[in-house]
Write a protein that binds this ligand. Structure first.
Ligand code: SAM
Length: 281
């Protein structure tokens, strides 16, 4: 039974870190002409009006995208500037932040006529929302399990592959399932760029994910973590978020470091960013 709905968290600090990383990776992939298949294994709704009662309940975007949007005229980093200009395209009125786009929308922005996008969503209500979004014809929405579905797509027909795995981790076994799905993906597509989002929780469940990936023989694994506050004495609740990038494009780490150095001060005095190679470089 799936209960997670991303609308409660849309535009929060974790979304900023995830979608900025995704935007930067797609920007690199666009530098070569060869076609790309993008797979979003856990797609969500695709677009989140900030005024819905779900998003208004926690208003997490106020500690995420909103302070960046408000400071956008002063932000000088080129990656961040490109991301915020792209975000403006999701707004019916470019001056007002009223919608936050999810990963399907960010990936759709990068699509060229010869690229493909496959979006998996297993929650019937969320899939219905996703189906209502206007997306380019290269995007196909699939109602089904994202990790099993990703495996079934392999090998893809395009020379390049980029996969985002962004589960809700409602089940602890999902960390291990992601490790297995990544290993299978790289067996079928050695150069695939794979992005994996994970939460930082006091129980540190993500250690199983990072240890599993590190021990799986993959040659290049980089990850970054954005901490909104110190874990301290907390016993529950997400205090930060992480992004793994397997086979990251060259220079991604430095570009993100520069962008995040402008992001973190806007997210509060306790906020900090750290990144390192788990394997390689
Ligand atoms: N990737 C989205 C974004 O960045 O905008 C947010 C995705 S949200 C964190 C996780 C989504 O995965 C939820 O919409 C949930 O319904 C869906 N989901 C959960 N289990 C799934 C599964 N096994 N296969 C596909 N989707 C699943």
């Amino acid at each position: 039974m799936l209960s997670y709905q991303h609308a409660y968290h849309a535009g929060n600090f974790a979304d900023v870190q995830k979608h900025l990383t995704l935007y930067a990776v797609a920007d690199y992939l666009l530098r070569k002409k060869t076609s790309v298949t993008y797979v979003d294994s856990h797609a969500g709704r695709g677009l989140y009006p900030l005024t819905t009662k779900e998003t208004q309940r926690l208003q997490e975007y106020r500690e995420g995208v909103e302070p960046l949007w408000q400071a956008r005229q002063q932000l000088t980093d080129p990656l961040l500037d490109g991301w915020l200009n792209t975000l403006a395209k999701a707004q019916p009125s470019e001056e007002t932040l009223s919608h936050y786009p999810g990963s399907p929308w960010w990936l759709a922005q990068a699509l060229r006529p010869h690229d493909h996008l496959r979006l998996f969503e297993l929650h019937p209500g969320e899939h219905e929302h996703l189906s209502a979004q206007a997306l380019p014809t290269q995007a196909r929405r699939i109602y089904g399990d994202g990790l099993a579905g990703t495996k079934q797509l392999l090998p893809v027909a395009t020379p390049r592959l980029c996969v985002l795995m962004d589960p809700s981790y409602e089940r602890k076994t999902e960390y291990q399932e992601v490790v297995e799905a990544v290993a299978y993906t790289l067996e079928k597509a050695r150069h695939a760029v794979v992005l994996i989002w994970y939460p930082l929780l006091p129980a540190e469940h993500h250690a199983a994910l990072l240890n599993g990936l590190t021990g799986s023989g993959i040659r290049k694994i980089w990850h970054s973590e954005l901490l909104l506050r110190d874990a301290g004495e907390r016993t529950h609740g997400m205090y930060g978020s992480g992004m793994v990038v397997i086979n990251p494009p060259w220079g991604l780490d430095e570009r993100l470091e520069a962008a995040m150095s402008q992001v973190t001060p806007l997210l509060g005095s306790e906020s900090r960013y750290r990144a390192k190679w788990l394997v390689g470089e």
